[in-house]
Design a binder for this molecule. Structure first.
Ligand code: FMN
Length: 389
């Protein structure tokens, strides 16, 4: 393990230093910020918050935006169903996250650092607070910037970057229409980088070991859950075959075969077992019509896919923030139709009706929420009808 410590408990400052911790920060601080961004670019680091956006491009956009007051917002919201790797990272290796924050703050020449943490994560918050107090009382403290820790009652949409910025400014958790992107107008209307906690942890690792090392190893965290024998957080290389990750998790629960997965939590289309040789990598999964997120949810052969699809669409119907009438009504309607398909109450043509309705809803919302739900519904109808099942 490189991102996490090997042990299950909270890694303290001494233990973190003993495995090379804060060396990346020392190296970064001796470098020009532009060179730090170049190192992250050479490593080809992509964001681990879901959208896989190239981190260096984001940091460069923030640096090049007009205005010299720049901000870093750290996203520790982790509301995606089935995802718990950020929580585990903050709980087990809080210093890895803090070091990454400091590297990013230097790369951005950030004026402020605000760290949003889902306040359901008492264990992670406790670890972070203890890590911060350890650093401030240390004889030779690591040079961290001031970090404002903001625990907030969580709703799913608050993890979306513009909604998150609104929350940090005391407004409701409702996204705004981009552009303007946070890189240009974010917190207080000023250039802001919003980054996921794991992305920042990886930035620390890249500065510690170098871009070449990172490109060869490509470690990331996967949350593995659902119908597997040993659910948990697995540190594996990007590109690990799906079958290998499932095997690491002990295979299907109670020896039952895994028939399908959701490769990126509820935000990605279902993928059936005939594709389990595919690598867990962004481009390969996109080409296969789905996508890579952070949480792989396994579905056993004895669970009807209509049940899973119904749960996913019920989640979207529940979590729509309500700003776009099309989103709130569209998600409710898709969920109701999938419910009828699941219960067997649907007329034969309703599957095609649902797919058509989903297709019409694509690109109709302010953020990507409605798109994600609609894409899921459309592809779920296809997968449910495929001979695989
Ligand atoms: C509905 C929705 C929910 C999101 N929730 C989270 C979240 O809980 N945590 C997270 O890091 N990113 C979440 N994101 C992605 C963020 O908007 C943003 O892309 C991410 O924080 C950027 O960080 P990265 O570039 O380091 O990946 C969400 C996006 C959407 C559309």
């Amino acid at each position: 393990v490189d991102i996490l410590s090997g042990a299950d408990g909270r890694e303290d400052l001494a233990a973190y230093r003993a495995r090379g911790g804060y060396r990346g920060l020392t190296r970064a601080l001796a470098m020009d910020p532009a060179d730090v961004v170049a190192e992250i670019e050479a490593a080809a680091l992509r964001g681990r918050g879901g959208a896989a956006f190239p981190t260096a491009a984001k940091w460069r956009a923030v640096r090049e935006a007009p205005g010299d007051r720049r901000h870093l917002v750290v996203n520790g919201a982790e509301g995606e169903p089935g995802s718990f790797k950020d929580r585990e990272l903050m709980r087990r290796s809080p210093h890895r996250v803090l070091e990454g924050i400091a590297v990013a703050a230097h790369a951005l020449s950030a004026r402020s650092v605000t760290f949003y943490v889902n306040d359901d994560f008492a264990d992670a918050l406790d670890s972070l607070r203890r890590a911060l107090s350890e650093t401030s009382s240390d004889a030779d403290p690591p040079p961290l910037p001031e970090i404002r820790l903001v625990p907030e009652t969580h709703v799913y949409l608050a993890g979306e970057e513009t909604a998150l910025i609104n929350v940090l400014m005391g407004k409701p958790a409702i996204p705004w229409h981009k552009p303007p992107y946070p890189a240009h107008k974010g917190l207080y209307g000023e250039p802001t980088a919003v980054n996921n906690v794991e992305t920042l942890a990886l930035a620390a690792l890249i500065l510690e070991r170098g871009a070449d090392w990172y490109r060869q190893r490509r470690p990331v965290l996967f949350s593995l859950s659902g119908d597997v024998a040993r659910p948990g957080v697995y540190e594996r290389a990007l590109g690990t075959p799906i079958a290998a990750l499932l095997e690491a998790g002990g295979g299907g629960r109670e020896g039952r075969p895994v028939a399908a997965i959701l490769p990126g939590g509820y935000s990605t289309p279902l993928l059936t077992a005939d594709r389990f040789d595919l690598p867990l990598d962004y481009d390969a999964l996109r080409q296969a019509g789905t996508g890579l997120g952070a949480s792989v949810i396994a579905i056993s052969a004895d669970r009807p896919l209509s049940e899973v699809a119904d749960e996913v669409l019920a989640f979207f119907a529940r979590e729509s923030c309500g700003r776009c009438p099309t989103c709130i009504r569209g998600c409710a309607a898709m969920s109701e139709r999938m419910g009828r398909l699941r219960s067997g109450a649907a007329r034969p043509e309703e599957a095609a009706d649902l797919a058509g309705q989903a297709a019409r809803l694509r690109h109709k919302g302010i953020c990507s929420f409605l798109d994600t739900a609609a894409h899921f519904a459309e592809t779920a109808v296809e997968v449910m009808a495929s001979p695989q099942r």
